[in-house]
Design a protein around this ligand. Structure first.
Ligand code: NAD
Ligand code: IPM
Ligand code: MN
Length: 368
């Protein structure tokens, strides 16, 4: 049998820097655990634009449709700010999500004990935190029509449309309930049913899916603005949060700070099962290309490494190896290693991206 296939799209800014460390972990898993992957690499975002004049070449899109999983670094950066909207780096990522139909974006926010004092919130509030935001990823205001900038009278109008079908809400709700059953069995759905019709429908459909097929899971509803407040006030009240594309984007960046840094948060974007029963999938850190630190060897590679761990769990049935990587990360943090984003008032000397990679590999070796 051939090895499982992985397409790596490192992208822009710190994307390639953190991906270099992930590649080392992939090699380690192949050498030391006998789990070899057929890895291919390609361009996305600004890097693809520079070469092809498009942020995602059709051939790359075709490859992404064929492989068992895609691993993406990050896209974007100031160099591309002036580009036409249609070829901006972010369009490449959005095309991947849309054409692969990756409707369920799992964004776990876990606070490692060693970082509990580093979060901007009090230790009590975040210690032991383990929640997952399930963000709808292929619809809503990101993709709704009509959209655009039009002329009206003597001024311009920017238009985006929030739009959700019942089936789009239904399927992401099922993903959240299924996930909750494997965790704390609790789902909180967030929308703004008080001001948006799409929110009213969202609430109704989530409730119906619950009542018909998941009555054993505890379900609550919250307005997304109140949800943002509760996420900062007492995040441990949550287990799984399910929400739309835009609210999920905002809430997951906020959740990142509960864990200490945006450089810690991995994510899995999952679609419908393929012929082999596994979901179509793309794994990527929640953070972006971090132009302010790109090229300086400062980036925290943990979010991207943990994204590969999620790939092992969700695409390759290698939950034990995923745990091995998560434990290795936990160990280096417990040993006091910190990239610059994880240093506050402590006065600890930061380690580089590569040194963090070295330490994680050493912890992996020690796990054997
Ligand atoms: P960002 O996530 O790139 O950076 C926000 C802040 O967090 C910066 O101060 C950055 O230095 C820090 N940071 C992020 N990741 C880090 C890491 N791994 N280690 C250490 N520090 C880290 O968000 P932004 O600045 O708003 O956006 C920059 C570019 O990235 C934009 O073009 C944006 O569109 C793009 N972006 C891409 C993705 C993606 O590819 N999935 C996600 C978010 C933003
Ligand atoms: C994210 C990013 C993306 C989003 C951008 C880069 C398209 O912010 O993955 O969180 O808005 O979804
Ligand atoms: Mn975002």
């Amino acid at each position: 049998m051939s090895n499982p296939s992985l397409l790596i799209l490192a992208g822009d800014g710190i994307g390639p820097e953190v991906m270099t460390q992930v590649n080392r972990v992939i090699d380690w898993i192949g050498d030391k655990r006998g789990l070899a992957f057929d890895v291919s690499e390609d361009l996305v975002g600004g890097a693809a634009y520079d070469k092809h004049g498009t942020p995602l070449h059709d051939d790359t899109m075709a490859k992404a449709m064929e492989v068992d999983a895609v691993l993406l670094g990050a896209v974007g950066g100031p160099k591309y700010d002036a580009l036409d909207f249609s070829v901006k780096p972010e369009r490449g990522l959005l095309r991947l999500r849309k054409e692969m139909d990756l409707y369920a974006n799992l964004r776990p926010a876990q606070c490692f004990d060693a970082l509990a004092d580093f979060s901007s919130l009090k230790r009590d509030v975040v210690a032991g935190l383990d929640i997952v935001i399930v963000r709808e990823l292929t619809s809503g205001i990101y993709f709704g029509e009509p959209r655009g900038i039009i002329h009206e009278g003597n001024e311009r109008v920017g238009i985006n449309t929030q739009r959700y079908t019942e089936s789009e809400i239904d399927r992401v709700a099922r993903s959240a309930f299924e996930l909750a059953r494997r965790r704390g069995n609790k789902v909180c759905s967030m929308e703004k049913a008080n001001v948006m019709e799409s929110g009213i429908l969202w609430r109704e459909v989530v409730q119906k899916v619950h009542d018909e097929d998941y009555p054993d899971v505890e379900l609550s509803h919250m307005y997304a603005d109140a949800g943002a407040m509760q996420l900062c006030r007492w995040p441990k009240q949550f287990d799984v949060i399910v929400t739309d594309n835009l609210f999920g984007d905002l809430l997951s960046d906020a959740a990142a700070m509960l864990t200490g840094s945006l450089g810690m948060l991995p994510s899995a974007s999952l679609g419908a099962p393929m012929a082999n029963g596994r979901p179509k999938a793309l794994y990527e850190p929640v953070h972006g290309s971090a132009p302010d630190i790109a090229g300086q060897g400062k980036a925290n590679p943990i979010a991207c490494i943990l994204s590969f761990a999620m790939a092992l769990r969700y695409s390759f049935d290698q939950g034990d190896e995923a745990v091995r990587i998560e434990k290795a990360v936990e160990k280096v943090l417990a040993d006091g290693l910190r990239t610059a984003d994880l240093i506050g008032e402590e006065g600890v000397e930061p380690v580089s991206t590569e040194q963090m990679g070295d330490a994680i590999l050493a912890a992996l070796d020690a796990s054997l």
